[in-house]
Ligand binder design. Structure first.
Ligand SMILES: Cc1ncc(C[n+]2csc(CCOP(=O)(O)OP(=O)(O)O)c2C)c(N)n1
Ligand SMILES: O=C1C[C@@H](O)[C@H](O)[C@@H](O)C1=O
Ligand SMILES: [Mg+2]
Length: 636
């Protein structure tokens, strides 16, 4: 057997260079690069290996482990899971910082390779710096905390273990039904240990992303269900986007008059201008989509996980009469809501289903246009909200008094409403620009009123809704789509939580644009607490003497070397957006927006943990309301 003597880390980097993915006849290297933050746990192992020979891997220095991992996740998500970045961290806190990002990748089914360093395999110097030392087991390290948030997890304590571990990791990451984070923790001494590796291990490996076809039983059953239904609705989930099923979805929708509704992950699979696209479904959905879903007698769920947001906590449908047809590569997902299951690729299934539906027409025909027109009018209203100091009725009603709203207008020196700012942006940026968001009130506004007219230009992480993904992820998107403008839509709370990779973007000349909506608080959570009977408690950003915080975020961005703008009116915002397009450097546009001016409601319900006993009548009422809603919700 021919062997090659390498350290574990050198073998790892050599292997990463030889992984390819084959999708629809096209073959591409699967690992584009590696994000690094070096510490004593990886600099002398993986650091040395990369310095010696990184091959084709692009090496990018991150600033925060969670942030760089979010950038890697966003890269993979934007590339429709066809390519990844790996992420290497040091031990202890460096590894622990991966946990929120791993959860983000897992909840969203995004492949990414995490390579945290681990404690010494020999245990000679124990306890090493940053080792937690559990009394009941020396085998526990910080990295065990990554197990529940990894799709595949392993610890390498001998060099030769690397071979079987990497093969399993790539099998998982390149399987659409299992795609998620693979975490391989490598003992820091082992990273530098040498071994005579079988040369065959480093041969080119192609991972085939084949499209699983449905069996005849599934196809016939699906066709029968659709033909027997009067009012079917197609729910476009993230799986539809990853399967690139746009054309066939549009064809079926058009031919058989079946309206489309979307999840956050599925949005912009089909552009919003498509006449049967009624937009987002559920808690953050449009009135049009929510009305259509309630009328439906069949939901054709394509690549959806049916989260609480998409199903309005299982109240979005009439469960007495509505049937479900689930098309999903994952059996676990297909089994949901007692559906008829087709466990197969979305695009292939729909293409094979098409000829079986000839002659079928739903009873939705004219209703689709009516619902859509009604929503277009509502969106138009939301684009022109204007503040009044005497009698302002914001979208989120009965929470802040006029005096309080005036206090915000004075403190932040603004009268700008969030919906108006958002739609100004939608109208001003280039249609092929990519927008990213993740947490706060913006995902709701985006799902309802943002109109993407170009497919795959809407990038929402709403599986984990992890604050901090917005800015970090914009770097990953820019790496995936270098010719497009990328806009990160972020609340002040999320920006404060994590924006370290903004600096990385500036450092590597990867232009991103931050659109910062500053309402001086955790706005959506404030809505949630007050909407369920609470007071305004620790969600506004106020000083010790109760003054509204007014942070000069533009100045912060300028300090990093970005071009920054302060915009509190529509005209200032438009001018800033136009100027930002011309910049080569990253930009930040700060908008002070009034609280309570985000969208709200539209016939949806979110099941949250309201207090069963409380001294407040308003909370007692909220609990009663929840109990009433639960009577119509499906129990599982
Ligand atoms: C990492 C993380 N921590 C906490 C939360 C819970 N959470 C969701 S939205 C939110 C506040 C967001 O505030 P901001 O970014 O200012 O957006 P706004 O709601 O004001 O628009 C919080 C704390 C979360 N989603 N992610
Ligand atoms: O708790 C939450 C409430 C949602 O409104 C918000 O978008 C999300 O980020 C979240 O975590
Ligand atoms: Mg805020």
């Amino acid at each position: 057997m021919a062997t090659i003597r390498l350290t574990t880390a050198q073998a790892l980097i050599k292997f990463l260079n030889q992984q390819y993915i084959h999708v629809d006849g096209q073959e591409l290297p699967f690992v584009e690069g590696i994000f690094t933050i070096f510490g004593h746990g990886n600099v002398l192992g993986i650091g040395q290996a990369l310095e010696q020979d990184s091959g084709h891997l692009k090496v990018i220095q991150g600033k925060n482990e969670q942030g760089m991992a979010h950038a890697a996740i966003a890269y993979s998500k934007q590339m429709l899971r066809h390519k990844i970045y790996a992420v290497t961290t040091s031990v202890g806190p460096g590894a622990a910082n991966l946990a929120a990002a791993a959860g983000t990748a897992l909840a969203n089914n995004i492949p990414v390779l995490f390579l945290p360093g681990d404690t010494f395999a020999t245990r000679q110097p124990d306890p090493v710096l940053q080792q937690v030392e559990q009394e009941y087991s020396a085998a526990i390290t910080t990295n065990d905390a990554l197990k529940p948030v990894s799709r595949y997890w392993d610890r390498i304590t001998r060099p030769e273990q690397l071979m079987s571990s990497l093969i399993r990791a790539f099998e998982v990451m390149t399987d659409p039904a299992k795609a998620g984070p693979a975490t391989i923790c490598i003992s820091q001494d082992v990273e530098g240990e040498a071994y005579d590796f079988d040369e065959k291990f480093f041969g080119k490996r192609v991972h085939y992303l084949d499209r699983k076809a449905p069996v005849d039983r599934e196809l016939k059953g699906a066709a029968e269900l659709i033909k027997a239904s009067k009012k079917p609705v197609i729910l476009v989930g993230g799986g539809a986007k990853y399967s690139e099923a746009r054309e066939i979805i549009m064809k079926l929708s058009e031919k058989h008059h079946i309206p489309l509704v979307e999840t956050q992950a599925g949005k912009a699979t089909v552009e919003s201008t498509f006449k049967s696209n009624l937009g987002g479904l559920g808690v953050t959905g449009t009135l049009a989509a929510n009305k259509a879903a309630r009328q439906a007698d069949l939901i054709i769920g394509i690549g959806t996980r049916y989260t609480d947001f998409a199903t309005s906590s299982k109240t979005a449908f009439n469960f007495e009469t509505t049937k479900f047809l689930n098309i999903n590569v994952s059996r676990m997902q297909a089994y949901k809501l007692d559906a008829f299951q087709v466990v197969a690729d979305a695009k292939t299934t729909l293409e094979q289903l098409a000829p079986l539906l000839d002659g079928y027409e739903s009873e939705f025909a004219n209703v689709i246009t009516e619902l859509k027109e009604e929503w277009v009018a509502e969106r138009e209203r939301l684009s022109q909200v204007s503040f009044s100091r005497e009698s302002f009725d914001p979208e989120v009603k009965n929470q802040f008094s006029q005096d309080m709203l005036n206090e915000y207008a004075d403190a932040l020196q603004t009268e700008l409403a969030q919906t108006t700012a958002l739609l100004t942006i939608n109208d001003t940026i280039e249609p092929d620009s990519i927008v990213i968001s993740a947490a706060g009130s913006l995902p709701g506004d985006l799902q309802r009123i943002w109109n993407p007219t170009v497919p795959n230009t809407y990038h929402l992480e709403y599986g984990y809704s992890c604050m901090g993904y917005e800015v970090s992820g914009s770097l990953g998107i820019k790496l995936a789509e270098p010719t497009k403008e990328v806009y990160s839509l972020v609340g002040d709370g999320s920006f404060l939580m994590l924006h370290s990779e903004f600096i990385t973007a500036i450092q590597y000349n990867q232009k991103v644009n931050i659109l910062l909506f500053d309402n001086s608080g955790f706005g959506c959570i404030n809505n949630l607490q007050m909407g369920n009977g609470g007071g305004s408690y620790f969600c506004e950003f106020r000083t010790h003497d109760h003054k509204i915080l007014n942070i000069d975020y533009a100045k912060v961005a300028e300090g990093y070397g970005a071009k920054a703008y302060r915009t509190n009116t529509v005209e200032e915002l438009q001018a800033a957006l136009e100027d930002a397009k011309k910049q080569e450097v990253s930009t930040l546009i700060e908008m002070k927006v009034l609280p309570k001016t985000m969208t709200d409601g539209y016939d949806s319900w979110w099941h949250v943990g309201v207090a069963e006993v409380s001294e407040k009548e308003s909370t007692q009422k909220a609990y009663e309301l929840k109990q009433q809603k639960l009577k119509i919700a499906k129990q599982y």
